[in-house]
Design a protein around this ligand. Structure first.
Ligand SMILES: C[S@@+](CC[C@H](N)C(=O)[O-])C[C@H]1O[C@@H](n2cnc3c(N)ncnc32)[C@H](O)[C@@H]1O
Length: 406
């Protein structure tokens, strides 16, 4: 994260590490509590501004997290943290780490709004203005741990079939349809029964709804326009083997991976790399259904990606909103009259959601928003927003648009 990598890519390297649980706990914990831990660290250091060494700072934050949230004995935290900085070749910092962790006063209550809500100021302000009655609960939910939600591969069976075959010891809650469920106690991927045989895929519960909303009919030509890493393309292919599926993504290596995955699983999808703001990838044949799962700020998924709240900036939201508008305008040209496009994001910010769709509707006479109803959703001026649910799904926005026939 600090070096500019994605959290899940960095952590994937430790998936089979003997201390995987501890590594995940400390990494997610530090990121979830980033703002209050930094406040605590700054109060403890004599001259916080002089600590500009990232490795040492991270070791200190990990140490403070263990003291404050894991109740690890302080002698163990201090000696391990000193050992870590030594291993990281930061010998100069051993005294500093030792003294800082010993002097850190855990009685301190967070004082700044960012430390209280564990979020950057710009995000707190945006949520306060867009959700005046819910912003504080919303931020609290975003600090919790996301549950482990899965979907059963419809080609293999449903939740009942999966449980009958593999899940005798699993405690689970069934989801919104017969393929969706959430585990009461999360398991590492490697311990999920029949995961490697693709009986189940890890997928957030709200995210799973997109395909039900899109609801393609047999023989429809369907475009998944921002397909990588391919969770929804595979879900589409599993649930609707009789559609003609075209999946594109601007990320060439992720598209190549998805193509291989489809071949490996025997899924009939035409996968290629393509920029959906252009028509270079298009063969000219119109689509009956389009899924535009647009690139976005990811603010509805902060529980799973707490690094987002540290590196995302307001200017990123403006930039991605411009891209979303461009994608929507361009893809509309490839939709058949009478066809349907589902615009969806995992953002909870209106600039990326109804603002994008409203602006599009204003300048597109052939577009109409169609009714849709998601049980946990709340209606916006157009479309529905599902807020992150404690113990439930992530935050998503859905808007169905139909193209008039004349
Ligand atoms: C929210 S993710 C899609 C997740 C995917 N639908 C799934 O369920 O696995 C957004 C995707 O949009 C892709 N993207 C961004 N700009 C694009 C563009 N101009 N054309 C096509 N894809 C684009 C990104 O590479 C990223 O994979």
């Amino acid at each position: 994260m600090v070096a500019g990598s994605h959290l899940q890519d960095v952590l994937a390297e430790f998936d089979s590490h003997m201390h995987r649980g501890l590594i995940y706990e400390i990494t997610f914990g530090v990121l979830r509590h980033w703002f209050s831990l930094n406040e605590l660290l700054d109060r403890t250091l004599d001259q916080p501004r002089r600590l500009n060494n990232t490795l040492t700072k991270c070791a200190l934050l990990a140490g403070i997290y263990q003291l404050a949230h894991m109740k690890t004995p302080s002698y163990a935290v201090v000696s391990e943290s000193v050992r870590v900085v030594r291993q990281l070749k930061q010998r100069w910092a051993t005294g500093l780490v030792n003294a800082t962790l010993r002097n850190c006063s855990l009685d301190h209550r967070p004082s700044s709004a960012s430390a209280v809500h564990e979020a950057p100021r710009w995000l707190i302000q945006a949520l306060q203005s867009e959700h005046p009655d819910q912003w504080s609960t919303l931020l609290r939910t975003l600090r919790t741990r996301a549950p482990l939600a899965l979907r059963v591969n419809a080609r293999r069976g449903d939740v009942d079939a999966y449980v009958a075959k593999f899940g005798s010891g699993l405690s689970l809650r069934t989801g919104f349809d017969s393929y969706s469920f959430t585990l009461a106690k999360p398991l590492p991927r490697s311990e999920l029964p029949a995961h490697s045989e693709r009986w189940v895929t890890i997928q957030d519960e709200t995210s799973q709804r997109a395909i039900s909303i899109l609801d393609p009919r047999p023989h429809d030509r369907v475009l998944d326009a921002c397909a990588a890493p391919g969770i929804k393309s595979l879900q589409l292919a599993e649930r609707h083997p009789d559609i003609e599926l075209v999946s594109i993504d601007v990320d060439a290596s992720a598209s190549a991976w998805l193509d291989q995955e489809c071949t490996r699983l025997g899924v009939a999808a035409n996968v290629s790399s393509g920029d959906a703001t252009t028509l270079d990838w298009w063969d000219g044949e119109m689509f009956d259904r389009i899924l535009l799962d647009a690139p976005c700020s990811g603010t509805g998924t902060l529980r799973r990606h707490p690094d987002i709240k540290i590196h995302r900036r307001p200017a990123d939201v403006d930039r991605v909103a411009r891209l979303q508008s461009e994608l929507l305008r361009n893809l509309w040209r490839t939709l058949k009259p009478g066809g349907t496009l589902l615009y969806t994001t995992c953002s909870i910010l209106e600039r990326e959601n109804q603002c994008v769709v409203e602006a599009f509707l204003e300048c597109t006479s052939s577009a109409e928003s169609a009714p849709l109803s998601v049980a946990e959703g709340c209606s916006r001026t157009v479309g529905q927003l599902v807020l992150p649910q404690e113990g439930g799904g992530d935050g998503f926005y859905f808007c169905l648009l139909t193209k008039t026939r004349d």
